[in-house]
Design a protein around this ligand. Structure first.
Ligand code: AMP
Ligand code: GLY
Length: 426
């Protein structure tokens, strides 16, 4: 048997709780740390109060505790170069280098890569000048999509139905710097219609191993209305992802992207996330992420039978070709419980009741996102508070179990969408 591993997970959301929960079941793992973590994570791992973007302190911690593997959850530390720093220090890290992570941290970089590799995506142009962008909008057909080039926590995308809305978005980003430097450039692209789908894959620079396809629910309101959020729920596997479609995504999207990054001297190690719009059976890329998705991870990992620690290690050691992922035949649904007011202003520090009633329920996991301890109590500490994941023999069974478990949990002002997975169930 291989050596036991001490693993550090970086981040504090539902995705990181799901990663820790899965790793906690691995016989390979002897110790779990999370920086900074949350109340739920602290029940499975030792939480250390280092922010995810404090790279120097994270490195010092990993060296001091002789951490065997560091797994990076969110995009911000990747964009800052955490993987480069750890590798230079001979620390094993799961996640791409700063240059490879540009596939997420710069939409203009990603578009150029897609163009060069012939990856299907919406036609787009990049602008730094407000005047040129506004002139261009005069001749575009509607709707049109305006995106901040850099990282904006999923909020830097405006699907504009009128020229005025598109112009407002451009002025907001380029002139008013609504997203800071992330909006120094904007990408204006054609609007795609169809069915959204996420396919995440492990990659070690050469080999690409896909996970189950999932579907996120990005909008706040029922029936995909209202503002974009970090994600209000998800399900997997997504029935729209037939074997033929998965094959097409591998051949036309994931393999060419991984090859393209290697070709420019930035091989990709970690999870490559393809956010897709499927139209008439063809997958078009909306975005790439350089990490596990949130909340997609909360529905994909409960269905993974293979030891996650083995998979992560194989990626870091460039021997992913030795790994075969095994999946449960079941389906999973995650319903996010959010603070009232999210994604705008919301209150924090509100006590959460009912967690005990759900813990121990069969095939249910409550993944904490924005939670913290206040004395003995778990209180709200973020916009997305909890993700209730349940799994079962069908999407219907998983859906019903997740909503039933969600009803046990109470905090003031709580909000959830009641139609997660609704479209595929009707
Ligand atoms: P992104 O962060 O680029 O994935 O964009 C966030 C959301 O905006 C996506 O999940 C889509 O719902 C929507 N979106 C982005 N790009 C497009 C596009 N070209 N056409 C239609 N919708 C889009
Ligand atoms: N679910 C969207 C994301 O992780 O960016």
């Amino acid at each position: 048997m291989a050596n036991p591993m001490k693993i550090l997970v970086i981040g504090s959301g539902g995705r990181e709780h799901a990663l820790i929960w899965k790793l906690a079941s691995s016989p390979r793992v002897s110790k779990l740390y999370c920086a900074p973590g949350n109340a739920g994570i602290s029940q499975l791992a030792t939480c250390v109060p280092i922010p995810a973007t404090d790279l120097a302190s994270l490195k010092t911690f990993a060296e001091r505790e002789a951490v065997d593997l560091t797994v990076v959850g969110p995009e911000a530390p990747l964009a800052l170069g955490i993987a480069d720093l750890f590798r230079e220090s001979k620390l094993k890290v799961f996640g791409p280098t700063k240059n490879a992570a540009k596939i997420e941290s710069s939409k203009a970089f990603a578009k150029n890569l897609m163009m060069r590799q012939g990856i299907p995506t919406a036609d787009a142009r990049t602008f730094e000048s407000v005047r040129l962008a506004l002139d261009y909008l005069e001749q575009c057909s509607l709707p049109i999509v305006v995106k901040a080039d850099g990282l904006a926590q999923g909020k830097g995308v405006v699907v504009a139905r009128t020229v005025q809305d598109a112009k407002d978005a451009v002025v907001n980003m380029l002139e008013h710097r609504a997203f800071g430097d992330a909006g120094r450039r904007v990408v204006i692209e054609d609007c795609l219609e169809g069915e959204e789908l996420t396919l995440m894959a492990f990659a070690d620079g050469k080999t690409v191993v896909p996970m189950l396809a999932a579907q996120d629910h990005k909008r706040l309101g029922e029936g995909d209305t209202g503002p974009n959020t970090g994600g209000m729920g998800a399900y997997a596997p997504a029935p729209v992802a037939t074997p033929a479609l998965r094959y097409a995504i591998m051949r036309d999207v994931l393999h060419p992207a991984i090859e393209g990054l290697s070709r420019v001297g930035s091989p990709f190690f970690g999870v490559l996330y393809a956010g897709l719009m499927v139209k008439d059976g063809t997958p078009y890329v909306l975005e790439f992420n350089a990490r596990f998705g949130d909340p997609e991870t909360q529905v994909v990992l409960p269905l993974l039978k293979t030891d996650l620690a083995e998979v992560l290690e194989a990626v870091v050691e460039h021997r992913l070709d030795q790994i075969h992922l095994e999946w449960s035949e079941e389906s999973a649904v995650c319903v996010v419980l959010a603070s009232g007011g999210y994604p705008g202003k919301y209150e924090q520090g509100l006590p959460i009741a009912g967690l005990q009633d759900v813990s121990g329920q069969d095939r249910v996991a409550v993944f904490h996102a924005g939670t913290a301890w206040k004395g003995e109590d778990v209180v709200t500490a973020g916009g997305r508070v909890l993700g209730i994941t349940a799994w079962g023999s069908s999407l219907r069974a998983a859906h019903d179990r997740a909503y039933e478990a969600g009803r046990c949990i109470k905090f003031e002002g709580q909000y959830c969408r009641t139609d997660i997975a609704g479209r595929v169930l009707t």
